[in-house]
Design a protein. Structure first.
Lengths: 552, 174
C-alpha cells in the first residue's frame, strides 16, 4: 500500500488546520453560508436530513487494517457506531456534529486518511478495480497510477472550482471492473502491437439525470503522459463546460455539444502545449509509486489443498459460499474473499464498528493487513489461503458477512435513499430489504444466477441504477414515493444504459414486479443464459406484458 | 487610494477598475488616472485607450480568450482577471495560460470574489496581486498564503511537480 512520506503528512495536516479554521470562522459568522458551503463540500461535509453527512476518502478502495480500526473508532466516538460504504469506494458517516468534524479529520490524518474532495465541484476520489493487484486477468496494476492521479488531483490549484463534480476511474485489466465507460474520464489499459502499455481514454460517460456511455477520445495514450493529458482534458472542461445550469454542467454535456471528435480536437490542441512538460512521468517516478504495491510475501502453496477440497465436498453451504463469495487469485493456493454487506435486513453497504474491527483482525491474521472496498459496496479480503477459507467462512458467518449472494440479485447496490439523504425522492433501504426477503430462498436465488441489481433513491443515480441489469429509481409523484424499473443495463466491457419498462410502482408492488420479471426469465432462458443475455435476446416487450398484465 | 495585496504585502494602489453599469457604459475618469478596463472595451478601440495620459490595463472576464491578448502583452504593465463568483474557476486556467503559454511577466491581479481561502490557489497559477472582496480583511487574506507549505503539482510558481522533487532512491521495480 502507499505510505505517506513527511510531505504527504504535512499537506494533510495543513488541510486539517485549514478546515478547522474555516469551520471556526463559519461558526463565528465570518464566513457566510454561501461562502462556507463549497469549502465544506470540498471536505466531504454535507448538511443532511438528520445531521451533517461526512464522507471520508478511501483512495481507490484500499484500506490498511489500522485505517479500518480508526474508522471503527470514529464510528463509535463521533457517530452512532456504524458507517456506510459508498459506490465511490468511500465511507460515509450520517450523524457527526459539525463542530467535531475537524477532530475527526485530525484522527484520520494520524492514519494517512482524509476527506479531501469527497464532494464538491472538483476532482473526486479516483476509483479502480477492487481486485487490482490480485486479479488473474490484469495487464498492469492500476494502483500506482491511481496514486499518481490521487496526488495530482489533491488540491490542484487550477481545478478547484470546476463547473461540476469530476470522477475518474482506472482499469488495469482486460475486463473492465471499474466502470470506466460511465465516468467523466475512464482510463482503460491497452497493450499496443509493439507491447507498449498505455491507456484508452474515455470521456463523458456518466449516470445521473442524463445517463450516457462515454466516448473514446484517444485509443492509446502512453502511460507517461497521463497527467499532462488529464490537465488538457480538465482545462478544456474548466473553461468551456456550462456553468449556467447545474444539470447541464457535467463534462458529458460539453462532449455532446462539441461532438466527441470536436472535444477530442480541443483536448489534443491543448495537450500540444503541455505534452512532455514537467508533469510527464519518468520511468523512475512510476517505479517509485509501483514500489508501494509490490506483491506481499506469499507462501508457495499447492492449489486446492486436501483440507479445503474435503470441506467443499462435505458442506454444501461452504461450497456455495466459496463458489459465490470468493474469487480466483493469481497466486496459487490463495483466493480473494468478498464479505457480503448485503445481508437481508441490513442497509446495503452498512457496517458496524465491531464488524470493522473483526475484518481488520482477520486481514491481519489470515492476510497481509489489507482490505479493499468494492464499488458494489462489499468488503474484500484480497489474500486468503485456500487452507484458511473454512475458518474465515465461519468467522464471516458469525459477523453476518457470509450471505452467499455476491453478484446475485440480492447483492443490491443501493444509495442511502430518503431515510438519510435530503436529495432523495424516495426511500431505498426498506424496498431493497423487501426484494431481498422475496428472494430469500437460496436455491432459487442461485438458480437465477448473476444479476446486477442497482437502486437509486433519485435521479442523481448514486446507486447507479442505469447500469443495473435490473435497476430501480425512486421517483416522487405528488409527494408519494414511487419506483421505476429499468431493464438491460450493464457495466464492464459491454456497458449499456437500462430502459424503463413502463409506469412506476407503489412501494408494496416492487417485489411482485421483480417476481414476475424473474419468472419470465426462468421460462424464457436458454441453457446457461444469464438474465442480462435473455433480456438482450428477447427485448423488453415480453417483460412489460408480464409485469403489467391485468389480473384474471 | 485603497489597499490591495501585492507580492504578499499590503500596499496602496491607485489603479481604477472600470466596470460597465447596467447599460454597458463605463464610468468617466480623469485622463491622467491609471485604469483597468474591460477587455471588450479595450478591443473596441485600443489606440484611444493607449493615447490617454494615464496608464491602461485590461481585465478579463471568465469567458474572455487570453490568446487574443498574446500579441499585446508587452504593452501592459498590469493584467487582471475578474472572479464574479469564487466558485467560477475559469480564471485559474486563464492565469496559467497567460503565464505559461503566453509568457506574460507583468503584474497579474485577481479581482472580484477574492478572499483568504482562495489566494493560495491563485498565487500558484500565477496571480501576484489581489483586490480583496469588500468586507473581508486584508490581514486575514494574507494568512491564506501560508495555508500550505508544499504541493503536488506542476504550477507556474513551482514547475517541477513534487514527484520529481522527491528524494527517490528506489531501485526500479520489475
Amino acid at each position: 500500500m502507499y505510505r505517506y512520506d513527511e510531505v504527504d503528512y504535512r499537506i494533510v495536516r495543513e488541510r486539517v488546520a485549514q478546515f478547522r479554521d474555516q469551520t471556526r470562522r463559519f461558526l463565528a459568522g465570518e464566513l457566510s453560508e454561501d461562502e462556507f458551503r463549497p469549502l465544506r463540500l470540498m471536505n466531504g461535509l454535507y448538511i443532511q436530513r438528520h445531521a451533517p453527512m461526512f464522507r471520508i476518502a478511501i483512495p481507490y478502495g484500499h484500506l490498511a487494517s489500522r485505517q479500518l480500526r480508526k474508522l471503527a473508532h470514529i464510528a463509535r466516538t463521533y457517530d452512532k457506531g456504524y458507517g456506510h460504504f459508498t459506490t465511490r469506494q468511500n465511507m460515509q458517516f450520517n450523524w457527526p456534529a459539525l463542530e467535531r468534524v475537524p477532530d475527526i479529520l485530525s484522527e484520520l490524518a494520524d492514519v494517512e486518511m482524509h476527506s479531501i474532495q469527497t464532494s464538491g465541484n472538483c476532482v473526486r476520489n479516483t476509483t479502480t478495480d477492487a481486485f487490482a493487484g490480485v486479479a488473474a486477468d490484469e495487464l498492469i496494476d492500476p494502483r500506482p497510477y491511481c496514486e499518481i492521479i490521487r496526488q495530482w488531483s489533491t488540491l490542484h490549484p487550477e481545478f478547484a472550482f470546476l463547473p461540476r463534480k469530476f470522477k475518474i476511474a482506472v482499469s488495469g485489466s482486460v475486463e473492465d471492473r471499474a466502470a470506466t465507460l460511465v465516468h467523466d474520464v475512464g482510463l482503460h489499459v491497452v497493450r499496443a502491437a509493439d507491447g507498449e502499455i498505455g491507456f484508452k481514454v474515455i470521456v463523458g460517460g456518466g449516470l445521473g439525470r442524463t445517463p450516457i456511455v462515454g466516448e473514446v477520445i484517444r485509443e492509446f495514450l502512453p502511460t507517461r503522459h497521463i497527467l499532462t493529458y488529464l490537465d488538457a482534458i480538465l482545462r478544456v472542461y474548466n473553461r468551456y463546460g456550462r456553468r449556467d445550469n447545474k444539470f447541464k454542467a457535467r463534462i458529458k454535456i460539453l462532449v455532446k455539444a462539441l461532438t466527441p471528435q470536436g472535444f477530442a480536437a480541443k483536448v489534443e490542441d491543448e495537450w500540444l502545449h503541455l505534452k512532455d512538460g514537467a508533469a510527464t512521468l519518468r520511468d523512475e517516478d512510476v517505479a517509485h509509486y509501483a514500489s508501494f504495491f509490490g506483491a506481499p510475501a506469499y507462501e508457495t502453496l499447492p492449489p486446492n489443498p486436501e483440507a479445503f477440497t474435503a470441506r467443499l465436498a462435505e458442506e454444501r453451504a461452504f461450497a456455495r459460499w466459496v463458489e459465490q463469495n470468493t474469487r480466483t487469485h493469481r497466486q496459487p493456493g490463495y483466493r480473494s474473499v468478498v464479505l457480503s454487506l448485503k445481508k437481508t435486513g441490513v442497509p446495503p453497504g452498512d457496517i458496524t464498528a465491531e464488524q470493522m474491527e473483526a475484518v481488520a483482525d482477520w486481514s491481519e491474521r489470515f492476510g497481509f493487513g489489507e482490505v479493499r472496498v468494492a464499488h458494489e459496496q462489499n468488503v474484500i479480503l484480497p489474500d486468503i489461503k485456500e487452507s484458511d477459507l473454512y475458518e474465515v467462512w465461519q468467522l464471516a458467518r458469525s459477523q453476518g458477512f457470509a450471505t452467499p449472494n455476491i453478484g446475485l440479485l440480492t447483492d443490491i447496490i443501493c444509495c442511502p435513499g430518503g431515510d438519510f439523504c435530503s436529495l432523495a425522492n424516495a426511500r431505498s433501504i426498506p424496498v431493497a430489504e423487501a426484494i431481498q426477503r422475496k428472494f430469500d430462498d437460496l436455491d432459487y436465488l442461485h438458480d437465477l444466477g448473476e444479476i446486477d441489481c442497482n437502486f437509486s433513491g433519485c435521479m442523481n443515480a448514486c446507486g447507479h441504477h442505469h447500469i443495473g441489469n435490473i435497476g430501480i429509481l425512486g421517483v416522487d409523484k405528488n409527494g408519494e414515493e414511487w419506483y421505476q424499473i429499468t431493464l438491460g443495463g450493464s457495466q464492464g466491457n459491454h456497458t449499456a444504459i437500462g430502459k424503463v419498462i413502463g409506469p412506476s410502482f407503489a412501494q408494496a408492488d416492487v417485489p411482485l414486479a421483480f417476481e414476475k420479471i424473474m419468472s419470465l426469465y426462468v421460462e424464457q432462458r436458454l441453457d446457461g443464459e444469464r438474465f442480462i443475455e435473455t433480456v438482450r435476446r428477447i427485448g423488453l416487450e415480453p417483460f412489460k406484458e408480464r409485469v403489467y398484465a391485468k389480473h384474471h | 487610494m485603497r489597499s490591495i495585496i501585492k507580492d504578499g504585502q499590503v500596499v496602496t494602489d491607485s489603479w481604477a477598475v472600470l466596470r460597465p453599469d447596467e447599460n454597458g457604459k463605463l464610468p468617466e475618469v480623469a485622463p491622467e488616472r491609471d485604469v483597468i478596463v474591460p477587455f471588450s472595451a479595450w478591443k473596441a478601440e485600443p489606440s484611444a485607450w493607449q493615447n490617454r495620459a494615464g496608464q491602461v490595463a485590461v481585465w478579463l472576464a471568465p469567458d474572455d480568450e487570453p490568446g487574443e491578448l498574446a500579441a499585446h502583452l508587452a504593452s501592459f504593465p498590469l493584467l487582471a482577471v475578474d472572479f464574479p463568483a469564487f466558485t467560477d474557476g475559469r480564471g485559474y486556467s486563464i492565469g496559467r495560460l497567460l503565464r505559461e503559454r503566453y509568457h506574460y511577466r507583468g503584474e497579474l491581479r485577481a479581482l472580484g470574489d477574492v478572499w483568504q481561502d482562495l489566494v493560495h490557489y491563485l498565487w500558484q497559477v500565477g496571480f501576484n496581486s489581489f483586490e480583496i472582496k469588500e468586507g473581508k480583511a486584508l490581514e486575514d487574506a494574507l494568512k491564506g498564503f501560508g495555508t500550505f507549505s508544499e504541493r503536488y503539482h506542476s504550477t507556474w510558481r513551482e514547475p517541477e511537480p513534487l514527484f520529481r522533487r522527491r528524494n527517490i532512491n528506489h531501485k526500479s521495480v520489475a
